[in-house]
Design a binder for this molecule. Structure first.
Ligand SMILES: C[S@@+](CC[C@H](N)C(=O)[O-])C[C@H]1O[C@@H](n2cnc3c(N)ncnc32)[C@H](O)[C@@H]1O
Length: 293
């Protein structure tokens, strides 16, 4: 399958290009080319591909596993923690029925979207600016027999083109550091039904005690992203009719994942920066749930 096959574009977009800036083009190229073992090998465990981090304690027994089996045991355990993270995100979406619609903003290879469909039985649309991710995730939807209900689109979450007020729940799982939050929440405010829920899991830097730390800058550079300060989320939500109902600091819960990952064969070299930033308090791993007023 080529990169563009299976890339369903919402009918709306007309002549507007999905990628509008050099920055967006560089992010799309990054994700089109991305084959990181930490994403692929973990996904192969059970076919749910995540590009986000994990939460919860790891089972220390994995480190005692026989040497020739230890690496695989660590990979299975990290995957379990990444799936647990997506479960916590979905727990915060509230009551979603089979006739509701959900949107996954920056859907990656589709892991969280498939979990949402499995849990709520409803239609899920995922949007990503990576055409190879769209093709991969749509092929997975066919393989899982859910292609009628779970669809991935080559579309920009800042301007999805979906109809206004039709979506009951939207989430972003580690994608907001690639976009302007005001533009993003203006679009989500438009898409959500009144009382609809938005859930975000993100890393954000601590602007209560200072500016962007060295470790946070290293993370930005590694992923070509622009980590926002904590306060920016609440300002942009308030400006766009999104009223927080729950804020959960997941920082302590994600540290064990990073400790395990740092010891694994799929470490990517950024583990120390995450551990430093979390431990020194310059960076938080937050879940924010907000309702559309
Ligand atoms: C770290 S990955 C997270 C993927 C997925 N949410 C997950 O949890 O597995 C970031 C994703 O954001 C997407 N992305 C970045 N900027 C975007 C934009 N402007 N519109 C849509 N997707 C975007 C990337 O293509 C990629 O799929």
């Amino acid at each position: 399958m080529t990169a563009t096959e299976g890339a369903i574009r919402p009918a709306h977009v007309g002549a507007e290009p999905v990628l509008r800036t050099d920055y967006q083009r560089s992010i799309a190229s990054y994700w089109n080319a991305e084959r990181a073992p930490v994403n692929i090998r973990l996904g192969e465990v059970d076919g749910l591909y995540h590009h986000h981090y994990g939460i919860g304690d790891y089972d220390p027994a994995v480190l005692e596993t026989r040497a020739d089996l230890r690496d695989e045991a660590m990979i299975v355990e990290m995957h379990r923690l990444e799936t647990a993270q997506a479960d916590v995100l979905l727990d915060h979406l509230g009551d979603i029925g089979p006739n509701d619609r959900l949107l996954d903003g920056g859907s990656g290879r589709g892991g969280t979207s498939f979990m949402a469909h499995q849990r709520f039985g409803c239609r899920v649309d995922g949007v990503t600016i990576s055409e190879s991710q769209v093709a991969f995730a749509n092929a997975q939807a066919v393989e899982r027999g859910v292609a009628d209900s779970v669809r991935f689109h080559f579309a920009n979450m800042l301007d999805t083109g979906f109809e206004s007020g039709a979506i009951r729940g939207i989430w972003t799982n580690e994608t907001t550091m690639y976009v302007d939050l005001h533009e993003l929440y203006a679009e989500f405010g438009r898409l959500l039904t009144r009382g609809g829920r938005y859930v975000c899991i993100t890393g954000c830097y601590n602007d209560v005690t200072g500016g962007r730390s060295r470790a946070v800058s290293q993370i930005d550079q590694h992923y070509i992203c622009n980590i926002h300060p904590r306060s920016a989320y609440f300002k942009a939500m308030a400006a766009n009719g999104l009223v927080p109902i729950n804020v959960v600091d997941l920082t302590a819960a994600t540290i064990p994942y990073w400790e395990l990952r740092a010891r694994s064969s799929v470490a990517s070299g950024i583990e120390d920066a995450f551990l430093t930033a979390y431990r020194e308090g310059s960076f938080h791993y937050l879940l924010i749930a907000a309702d559309r007023a």
